[in-house]
Design a protein. Sequence first.
Length: 316
Amino acid sequence: MAEDLLPDATGIARAAALLRAGALVALPSETVYGLAADATQDSAVAAIYTAKGRPDFNPLIVHLPDLDSAMAIADFPGTARALADAFWPGPLTLVLPLKPGHGLSARVTAGHATVAIRLPAHPVMQAVLQAAARPIAAPSANPSGKISATTAAHVRAGLGGRIAAILDGGPTPVGVESTILAPSADGTRLLREGAIPREVITPITGPLITDTTPGARVEAPGQLASHYAPLTPLHLGGTAQPGEIIIGFGPMACALNLSENCDLVEAATRLFAMLHQADAMAQSHGAPAIRVAPIPEMGLGRAINDRLRRAAAPRA
Ligand code: TXA
Ligand code: MG
């Protein structure tokens, strides 16, 4: 079973030592928990794919402590540098062309000529990155295709038997994953809606190239139709049926409420924990389904709806 680590000097040093030794450690970030490994060690990176049951075509995000280390391994075309200056450290991932001599395991990028890079703002993750002094590959710390983890308990329930340690930094504050952008000389593509809403990105990038741009194909390789899936079938909007577990938004009768006062920031923070909770309730009561009230398609609502549409999609 995974070792429990506290977010103090001892826990941070232990997490860094385990990572340098090639082990898997779950770490808190401001978005969701990440399943971390040394991105320069083939066997450590391979172990991430095995522990998650992740398809090997789906590349990983590399987490770095500062801009200098990012500029050492990747080029910054188009609006990349302006985006980094505006949002790093923070919940933004940039997909950038790899530089020669980058030193990363080829498994991190799944054979792509680009690498996804993020500089997290969470103080515990930052401390581990600095102590480990290695680029750290970290996908979300959930079994592939399942609900993301926003607490150490979620990580333990999903992956506890398969990893060396879990560093418990408390619930993750933002609650949805980073926004993923691919800047280039021809414009900036939005690969995944996330914690930084479009509205604050476009003043820097101009109009984003998205999946609704004619002729564009912009989804990240890991954005599978079914993802974030509870065991119980999930429906988005529509009419409640008898026995369903209702997750509400705004004032209404429901088992769980993402935000009584329609606050999308609060709803994002609660989203994955409420999906885990609703799934446990549905399983123990024999409920036929989970139904989630409609969420406005604006601000963080876009990232929330992206997760809910995938959670509702027919399972692979
Ligand atoms: O907030 C987050 O981003 C969290 C925390 C732990 O940092 N991480 C996370 O990782 O969400 P993951 O593996 O669940 O999602 C990473 C996404 C996948 O959809 C993957 O396909 C995409 O990033 N990705 C990684 N490298 C890429 C690349 N070179 N080109 C395009 N997409 C890439
Ligand atoms: Mg994920």
